[in-house]
Design a protein around this ligand. Sequence first.
Ligand code: B12
Ligand code: SF4
Length: 574
Amino acid sequence: MRILLVHPNYHSGGAEIAGNWPPAWAAYLTGALKTAGYTDVRFVDAMTNKLSDDDLRDVLRSETFDVVGVTAITPSIYKAEAVLKLVREIQPDAVTVLGGIHATFMYQQVLTEAPWVDVIVRGEGEEILVNLIRTIDEGRWPAERHSVKGLAFAEDSADGPRIVATQAAPTVKDLDAIEPDWGILEWNKYTYIPLNCRVAIPSMARGCPFTCSFCSQWKFWRDYRIRDPKKVADEIETLVSKYNVGFFILADEEPTINRKKFIQFCEELIARGLPAKVQWGINTRVTDILRDEAYLPLYRKAGLIHVSLGTEAAAQLKLDLFNKETKVEDNKKAIRLLREAGIVVEAQFIVGLENETAETLEETYRMAMDWKPDLANWSMYTPWPFTSLFQELSDKVEIFDFEKYNFVTPIIRPEAMDRGELLDRVMNNYRRFYMRKALFSYPWAGSGQRRRYLLGCLKAFLRAGFQRTFYDLGKVGYWGPQTKKKVDFHFDESRTIAQAQMSDWEAAADKSRKAQPRNPMPSVSACGGGTEQLAELIDDKVGCTGAVGGDGACGCDKQVLAEEAGRASSGFHI
Ligand code: B12
Ligand code: SF4
């Protein structure tokens, strides 16, 4: 079996301005395939190598593959579909496979708009892909495709063409059993600009016990599972010694949720002398930082240098349950604690809901100045169609050009301003914030790693600013306030939601409405997220709670339970 995996060539000027990032999914899937005996795997990173369709044609003309698998998040979906279309043209016998978050939830849409996709893998890929490849390898494809869990495909039936989703596959229960094949990546390509070193994206846990209404991550990973911290440290050691990695971020949604394991992880890194060789970053929640105040020096000692906090989204989302007074103070305190521990802290603001005004945007700037994070990030609210908040806001969503669903393009037009003005005001916040930081903060941020790191971040920002890649400013034609009326986001307004997808959502919404009385809305904690951060988790006894689904040990399915709960809470992190 010859298998090709492709990361499509999609770019949008957000997080990627910090460097070239390795596609972790390819290492995880290759590892699983090789463990199962499928060793003939080739990976093409069309994103990092900026490969054109012609370049991909050359690859497909030079080698023959039995299966080609492509990944897609929502904004890269059209590029991913296009790669598989090329495969269908050049190698019509290859089985075309699509995986990742977008296709997992939007399989009706994808299979309607891209009929050349043979099969979609829904959810975590490791076990499902191996089962799929085995089915193909043993000549049981497509005859036995109905019996492989976690797939979606189109087929002809007596009533005409229809889309089939097989039974959901269970989540990967033993994450430690997955051995990612990091060797599949071309490591010299992956550089983190702030530290000018190689970067990796390992993960310690999958899933999130919260159920924020605008986030799709908890739905995707379903139950929360965490690895043995020693094994994660082993992996970091390999990444450092074998691949010369000098910086990593944990891909985890909430790495600090299980404090006991997070501390064990930090202690392992320290015991192995790794902090002298590798620094790292995480996304996490304000409440965890407040809870862990006493441990922040330990975290820093273990090499944690960058924490990105979901600070302000909830206020923007204006959910009734949100207690803003507490949160504002908590945010400020968490930021101070991190700074005092020598950790670079980044505040995330979500802007661009329909009720955004000049004043609310100004308020976020004032908050950023008051809280004094080292870095601030204003992301455009992006209505992932598979989130519960989308269901509530759907009458405000006019744009279904998913390529622009990327945190840097205003998808929703606020009632008080047009999209060009929104972008301009966001840029104004960035300009003022970083101008002050560049002049009065970073150069004086001591003499150690923190200062070096911050100056490195500034370099990445300046580079993206000059190249006009930041926020896709070049693509949309923004050259400063004088151009705000001329900005063109090039939305493809011919893109719509397929009828099959609409029907699917309506059925899901109906199910969730029916389930609501049984599952009252949780209250909201200070930094976002609900209150389901259960004692069991902190005590390292992750079990099936039923409240947010569970680990499946009892046979229940978190996704189903959670969707049925249909509840909303708030908070955000990228
Ligand atoms: C690291 C990361 C990045 C890196 C990208 C690294 C890379 N080259 O892939 C950087 C910083 C560059 C980045 C940028 C962006 N990101 Co990002 N990123 C993440 C993050 C934190 C981790 C991703 C990861 O590696 N996960 C671990 C791997 C193992 O999981 P996975 O990719 O989902 O793969 C599994 C399954 O999906 C499945 N699978 C995936 N692909 C395939 C393919 C096949 C064939 C099969 C069978 C299975 C399969 O199997 C895998 C193993 O189980 C996630 C949030 C998160 N915690 O997951 C956000 C996330 C993926 N990013 C997101 C977004 C929106 C972006 C940006 C658009 C934002 C921006 N403008 O900057 C850009 C787009 C960049 C681009 N050009 O594509 C969103 C996507 C949401 C959505 N619904 O689509 C996420 C989920 C964050 C969020 N809060 O919502 N990102
Ligand atoms: S935004 Fe909310 S649900 Fe999503 S990963 Fe973060 S805390 Fe979890």
